[in-house]
Design a protein. Structure first.
Lengths: 78, 402
């Protein structure tokens, strides 16, 4: 069970990871996973193809997960 | 793990499952398993509502959807301005229609007068400009210097006779008017020894002109001249002159820029180089006094050439009534040579005596000419100067007197 401090740290880590993403990727992440937009809607809003939206989302997820994983490893080392 | 802790964990897991199930009902049909897990991960650690610290990336993302940050609709500015003007009861045209230049000028003026602070600023600026012009105008309006190539000589062109011409004070005449300062005869050798340069002699002279006299001028206050000034006077012989019948050559080594002040239209530069500097300057006419305070430029009559050679400055004056013009003076100037004194004495015999005099006693053709002198110490302190203290007398060429 994570303490509040750990959660806050993870949140900050995610925030920093989000900051490293390109603006378009941040937009896609937010629309997709906070506003639950469909790939089709995102393609229409951004002018990308659905495949391009999927690819960008996949890369963004990977990048964010790696950032969080690094944080977890550091936490475990401590 | 205690029971209570186990229950709590179980409840949490069941809550997570419930929330995931609720989430699945909201998510679009193209959400895959990976998407759902990622949403779950994000929600567990991050939610926009819980964002506390800057830089507020989620708010940045939300900004595009926030009405506050949306771009305004077309015409919004005009409508807002109209509303504000109406509320404040301002009488102004809301929209600029095409107007004439005159209308724009009048409107601009009225706006300026309406704005007191702007008017004060404009008045202050105008005053500053006027003061600047008042202080700097004399230097611009006074005239323009034309310098000879490689020399400190030249002319100073003006449109009217200058004001504030300095002269030697009158007391100098009385002070120096004693036996020691009376004109006296010296040998040419003595004169040459006093000069700081070798005397130049013209080898080509207009027909019937012969050397009549030589003068050596001293002036204790003539800082603009390095040492005394020598003057050669040639006169027409055997022919009745229609003018003054003389050609006067003044030679000096200037310490500073000594420029005769002449009417701008009366100047003709000769052989101007690529830098705009002439080899010589011809001057047609001279200042003519009418009464004690009025003067104007008189064309014809006197002809003068300003010339230099090896740093020595020559002022050569003739009379156009005797047929001496630019070409004659230019030919004369180009023939200048230095000759050893003993050789010249042998050639000229008795004519080798020189009259030594004070510069401020001179009544030669140049005596009343105003000069513009630029001092080396301070170029801004240029001043007008005339050798003669009596400005109202305009001597003719050849009226030497002491």
């Amino acid at each position: 069970m994570e303490s509040l401090l750990e959660q806050s740290e993870r949140r900050e880590e995610l925030r920093l990871a989000l900051a490293t993403l390109p603006e378009l990727d941040r937009y896609l992440i937010y629309q997709r996973y906070f506003k639950f937009a469909s790939t089709e809607e995102l393609a229409a809003k951004t002018g990308l193809t659905r495949h391009a939206v999927d690819t960008r989302l996949w890369r963004a997820r990977k990048s964010l997960r790696e950032a969080l994983k690094e944080h977890t490893h550091e936490y475990e080392r401590i | 793990m205690s029971m209570s802790e186990f229950d709590e964990q179980l409840n949490n897991e069941s809550n997570d499952l419930l929330s995931l199930a609720a989430l699945e009902q909201e998510v679009p049909p193209d959400f895959g398993e990976d998407d759902l897990v990622f949403v779950h991960e994000l929600n567990s650690i991050f939610s926009p509502e819980q964002e506390e610290l800057p830089p507020y990336f989620v708010q940045t993302l939300l900004a595009s959807e926030d009405q506050l940050f949306r771009s305004v609709e077309p015409g919004f500015e005009h409508r807002t301005r109209a509303r504000v003007f109406r509320r404040l009861k301002l009488r102004r045209r809301l929209f600029h229609a095409p107007r004439s230049a005159f209308d724009a000028f009048i409107t601009g003026l009225s706006n300026i007068y309406a704005r007191g602070s702007l008017l004060v600023s404009v008045v202050a600026l105008t005053l500053i400009m006027l003061v600047t012009v008042a202080f700097t105008a004399p230097s611009f309006a006074a005239g323009m210097a034309v310098l000879l190539h490689g020399s400190r000589g030249g002319v100073y062109q003006v449109t009217t006779y200058p004001k504030g011409v300095r002269t030697f004070p009158h007391q100098h005449k009385s002070t120096h008017n004693n036996a020691n300062n009376q004109p006296r005869q010296i040998t040419l050798l003595t004169a040459q020894q006093q000069l700081h340069f070798k005397i130049y002699w013209p080898q080509s002279m207009p027909r019937n002109y012969n050397l009549e006299s030589i003068y050596l001028y001293h002036g204790t206050e003539q800082s603009w001249s390095n040492g005394p000034i020598i003057e050669l006077v040639y006169s027409l012989t055997g022919v009745k002159p229609k003018g003054t019948g003389q050609i006067v050559i003044r030679e000096m080594l200037p310490n500073e820029e000594v420029l005769p002040v002449v009417l701008d239209k009366a100047v003709h530069p000769i052989q101007v180089d690529r830098y705009g500097q002439p080899a010589a300057i011809f001057i047609n006419g001279q200042w003519q006094w009418f009464g004690k305070y009025q003067n104007r430029w008189l064309y014809g009559g006197r002809s003068e050439l300003i010339y230099q050679q090896n740093g020595v400055l020559f002022w050569i004056a003739g009379d156009q009534n005797d047929g001496i013009g630019e070409k004659d003076l230019w030919n004369l100037a180009q023939s200048f040579q230095t000759i050893p004194v003993n050789r010249y004495t042998l050639m000229m015999g008795d004519m080798t005596y020189v009259t030594q005099a004070n510069l401020y006693d001179v009544l030669d053709p140049f005596a009343h000419d105003p000069m513009r002198i630029f001092t080396d110490d301070n170029p801004d302190s240029a001043y007008y100067f005339s050798v003669s203290s009596d400005q109202s007398v305009t001597p003719q060429v050849g009226t030497h007197g002491h």
